[in-house]
Write a protein that binds this ligand. Structure first.
Ligand SMILES: [Zn+2]
Length: 477
């Protein structure tokens, strides 16, 4: 028995007899003190186990022109060698490989090799479900979310930052190779206040008592209501315990929730600060949903590191975001989303208020050189999710194709890395460079010249690789 087994055995009540083989009680108490006796010795939440599909296999892309995720134009024709889940070598000269059965050679034919795409504002559990279904059968919702995760990967999105929803199980299943899907940076439940954005309770659920019964929404882990700094701290820590890589709060009103007007500021500064402290104690950060200058400023004052949306910001707030080095996680929301809310509904009125701010905010973000991440925020619509690449391509209203693609690869990856020690996938994402994680797309054409190629991934993404594993190869005979 090696020492690891001995210590593991200490935690198993049924194997207590083996304790006698361990020299002295000192080791027992040491094991307990240093926390080895985790229940069931489970994989620590958040840390990705080695993917079941990752292998020591070797893939060689020959004759590809590289968009490295950081700059245009494409490279001269080159060769890229992947070993295991990393890019080992990039070279213009031929790379010799042994032509054994474990080596896969892909002739790129001069096509474009680029990093896998990243969506920085995604809700993996809330795409296929209708709002009513989201409160319904957990098994059904997980299965449909798994199917959607596969579609997401097949659209070339190899990573998503999930900013709200009970996504921990899906992430685990993907990491274990049970379901095909993107890497997921989970936030877990959105934390909100009574009446805030994300409070989807009915009026008949009121009043709420602190410490009282949880509602269906909370039991599912979709969002948690917190109405004091202590409650916020508790709910934040619960998400971290489950493996959240970052924590998501709503600092102001939102479009889709029934009881939060857009103009309201929700959490108090001490409440937001409680979440920031708890997240920072875990080496990570808080992202806050906020539209208005007041909500954005309150969040920044409390130590929030990333503003989600920000679409009603003014010039002074844009300057503040830039000066403080705060991230802006923006979405070029499609008109179809606004038009999807019935005329006369509360949600439609709120969408009408927010949508004109999209263009203005992108202009401010450019003017003040704000660190800007890109995401979609698709909710409750499989059809819109299928437009994920098209929504990215729509950024060319404000950016060049290269700027848009840099945003959705290396820039988004920088935001992901803000999760520090809670990063479930340590390693470089969003770039094609030596030592980076091998999340790669082979594109039939040059997306820097024609960004609309990414709007039709089924046709134009010939190879999709995540973590060194090929999930699609349309070139294979
Ligand atoms: Zn969202």
């Amino acid at each position: 028995m090696n020492s690891k087994e001995e210590l593991s055995t200490l935690c198993g009540l049924t194997k207590a007899r083996k304790l006698k083989r361990i020299p002295g009680p000192a080791l027992v108490s040491t094991a307990i003190l240093i926390g080895l006796c985790q229940v069931g010795l489970a994989q620590a939440p958040g840390s990705a186990p080695p993917s079941a599909s990752a292998s020591d296999g070797v893939t060689l892309f020959q004759n590809v022109r590289i968009f490295d995720g950081k700059s245009a134009p494409l490279s001269e024709p080159a060769n890229v060698l992947i070993r295991g889940n990393q890019i080992e070598q990039i070279s213009r000269a031929p790379i010799p490989v042994d032509r054994s059965a474990t080596t896969r050679i892909i002739d790129g034919g001069g096509r474009t090799l680029m990093p896998g795409l990243i969506d920085a504002h995604w809700h993996a559990m809330l795409i296929r479900a209708t709002p009513a279904q989201a409160f319904g059968d957990v098994g059904y919702n997980n299965l449909t979310a798994g199917d959607e995760a596969t579609d997401t990967l097949m659209r070339g999105f190899t990573t998503v930052r999930d900013v709200g929803g009970p996504v921990f199980g899906l992430k685990q299943a993907i990491d274990e190779g049970i379901v095909k899907g993107p890497r997921i940076y989970p936030s877990g439940a959105v934390i909100t206040v009574t009446s805030g954005h994300g409070d989807f309770r009915e009026l008949t659920d009121l009043p709420r008592t602190i410490g009282g019964m949880l509602t269906r929404m909370e039991k599912l882990g979709g969002s948690m209501v917190a109405d004091s700094p202590d409650e916020v701290r508790l709910r934040t820590r619960e998400q971290l315990m489950q493996g959240a890589s970052q924590v998501k709060l709503t600092a102001g009103g939102g479009v889709s929730s029934p009881f939060s007007p857009i103009d309201v500021t929700t959490f108090t500064e001490p409440e937001l600060r409680a979440a920031v402290e708890a997240a920072e104690n875990w080496g990570t950060y808080v992202a806050a949903h906020a539209f208005t200058p007041a909500a954005i400023r309150g969040a920044i004052a409390a130590g929030v590191k990333c503003i989600e949306h920000g679409m009603l910001m003014d010039e002074a707030t844009a300057r503040l975001i830039a000066e403080k080095g705060i991230w802006l996680s923006m979405q070029p929301l499609p008109e179809a989303l606004r038009l999807g809310f019935p005329v006369g509904s509360v949600q439609r009125a709120k969408a009408d208020e927010v949508f004109p701010g999209i263009g203005r905010t992108y202009e401010l973000a450019k003017k003040y050189k704000i660190k800007t991440a890109w995401g979609t925020d698709v909710l409750f619509s499989r059809a819109l999710a299928q437009q994920q690449g098209a929504i990215l391509a729509s950024l060319v209203r404000w950016y060049t194709p290269a700027e848009a693609l840099i945003m959705a690869t290396s820039t988004n990856a920088e935001l992901l890395a803000l999760s520090g020690k809670r990063n479930p996938y340590p390693g470089k994402l969003g770039v094609v460079e030596q030592g980076a994680l091998a999340d790669l797309l082979l594109v039939d054409g040059n997306p820097l010249e024609n960004i609309n190629l990414i709007a039709d991934p089924g046709k134009n993404f010939l190879v999709i690789m995540k973590d060194g594993t090929v999930y699609k190869n349309a070139l294979a005979k």
